[in-house]
Design a binder for this molecule. Structure first.
Ligand SMILES: Nc1ncnc2c1ncn2[C@@H]1O[C@H](COP(=O)(O)OP(=O)(O)O)[C@@H](O)[C@H]1O
Ligand SMILES: [Mg+2]
Length: 460
């Protein structure tokens, strides 16, 4: 009835007073409660749509390439369900990118609220829970007891309306220690074999997926989110640090201090990570000098103070995004990620944080005091492929048997160094690695001219 009244333009979310008056006149109090429920449901529904569309974010920068690739992929209506899998470290902008892609896709196909759904998977640890959330999001009232995987498949595979399902933050389902990870990947793989051109999925998660039954499918596309380009980072810093319009012209001038050099250096210490850049920009906007911010950020134990979102800015003009109410700040979250690692991998990561830039498996063998073969297979590739904590570098020298190169993102390094301030054990591990590192550097610099080329050369 409400849908019919709404369609006829007789009621709307904020226009139910006449209907309520009529119901009150005839003494239908129970129905008034129904109207109030309608208002509440509709308000939630509208806010979800705003959320899915990422609202209008004047500070959104870059990502043109990713958006184009994604839209081309999602727009191809062959007969299979499609899944775009967006992965990358916390704070790099996975959710934002997914929202932006959804917004473009939704506009292109004229999707309304029922065609664009956001499924929040934060803290969801079983595929059962996930299935129920998805079904409820699609309008089915179902309890955990009633749930059955077949219902989910039936619903998704037979959906006849064009639908974009944004499954955000599948970290807890897909972390390497999750019991549900295999189940999730198998279910997704089976789903992508179903014929239904109307359904498109976007999954965001910090972990990459290396499951061949997914990665070999044309209907599965992984996108790795990297830090912003340097120019986009600087643009973001400048734009987001500009004082709001109501600030007086004199104050504005007083606050225009972000010269090129500071902007560049701040972008570097933020690792071009949009979440950190926005936090830094908000500090600048509040009048904190770039030199002071740089100084604070270069102390890993103090960095979190500079990067915490000021409480008064959680809402409104400088919102950190709609997900700020359930996403924690980036450095503590990164710390949690590091603490999730096995003890051994954690120690390896702390040792690796002695490298300020790229390093090879040979360099790592020095600081870990292990064989080169062990190092690449058991530690570095694990940290790279399963945990996304390291990045692989392209082989600049195209040697067949040459060393493999890696680098650590500035945020991971900062988080590791922060650990070393608070925890004596981590501090010892770091200092031991530092000593091995400097010994290795000294040895490589004092080699005779005919000895093999040192590998400890780049970035040191
Ligand atoms: N390309 C971008 N341009 C500007 N701000 C961005 C961009 N990507 C992300 N952000 C902002 O950075 C913060 C973190 O982004 P989010 O998508 O939540 O990261 P993730 O999901 O990877 O943890 C949010 O406040 C978001 O608005
Ligand atoms: Mg996210």
């Amino acid at each position: 009835m409400f849908a019919a009244l709404q369609e006829a333009g007789m009621i709307d979310m904020d226009n139910t007073s006449y209907l309520k008056k009529l119901l009150a006149d005839v003494g239908a109090d129970a129905s008034i409660e129904d109207v109030e429920r309608y208002e509440k449901d509709y308000q939630e529904y509208v806010s979800k749509i705003k959320l899915l569309r990422g609202q209008h974010d004047p500070y959104f920068m870059g990502r043109e390439k990713e958006i184009n690739v994604a839209l081309k992929f999602l727009g191809k209506d062959d007969d299979k369900i499609k899944c775009l899998y967006i992965h990358g470290m916390t704070g790099l902008g996975k959710t934002k990118l997914a929202q932006q892609i959804s917004a473009y896709y939704g506009t292109e196909y004229g999707l309304d609220a029922t065609g664009m759904r956001m499924v929040r998977l934060h803290k969801v640890t079983s595929t059962l829970e996930m299935g129920v959330i998805i079904l409820r999001e699609l309008g089915m009232r179902i309890s955990l007891n009633e749930y059955d995987e077949d219902i989910l498949f039936e619903t998704l595979c037979t959906r006849k309306q064009r639908t974009l399902l944004l499954m955000d933050n599948a970290d807890d389902l897909l972390c390497p220690t999750s019991q549900a990870a295999d189940n999730f990947k198998n279910q997704l793989s089976a789903l992508l074999d179903c014929k239904n051109k109307w359904l498109k999925l976007i999954v965001t998660c910090r972990f990459p997926i290396d499951f061949v039954h997914l990665t070999q499918k044309d209907s599965f596309l992984p996108i790795s989110v990297q830090p912003l380009d340097e120019l986009d980072s600087i643009k973001l810093l400048r734009k987001a640090s500009r004082p709001p319009d109501h600030v007086s012209p004199l104050e504005r001038i007083a606050k225009r201090y972000l010269d090129d050099q500071y902007a560049k250096e701040l972008a570097v210490v933020c690792g071009n990570c949009p979440k950190m850049l926005r936090a830094v920009a908000s500090r600048l906007r509040n009048g904190i000098k770039p030199s002071r911010l740089l100084e604070t950020l270069s102390h890993p134990d103090k960095a979190h103070v500079a990067l915490r979102t000021p409480p008064e800015e959680d809402e409104g003009y400088f919102s950190m995004g709609d997900d700020s109410n359930y996403e924690k700040d980036v450095l503590p979250k990164m710390g949690e990620m590091i603490n999730d690692l096995s003890q051994e991998l954690r120690e390896v990561l702390i040792r690796l944080s002695v490298f300020p830039s790229t390093f090879s498996d040979r360099d790592v063998a020095h600081v870990l005091d292990r064989s080169e073969a062990d190092v690449a297979d058991y530690y570095l590739d694990d940290l790279k492929n399963r945990w996304g904590m390291l990045e692989g570098e392209p082989d600049y020298f195209e040697q067949e048997q040459g060393p493999k190169w890696y680098s650590m993102h500035a945020l991971v390094r900062t988080s590791c160094l922060r650990e070393c301030y608070g925890d004596q054990n981590s501090k010892n591990i770091f200092h031991d690695a530092l000593q091995r590192f400097s010994t290795a550097c000294r040895t490589s610099w004092t080699r005779s001219p005919d000895s093999p080329a040192p590998t400890l050369r780049r970035g040191f």
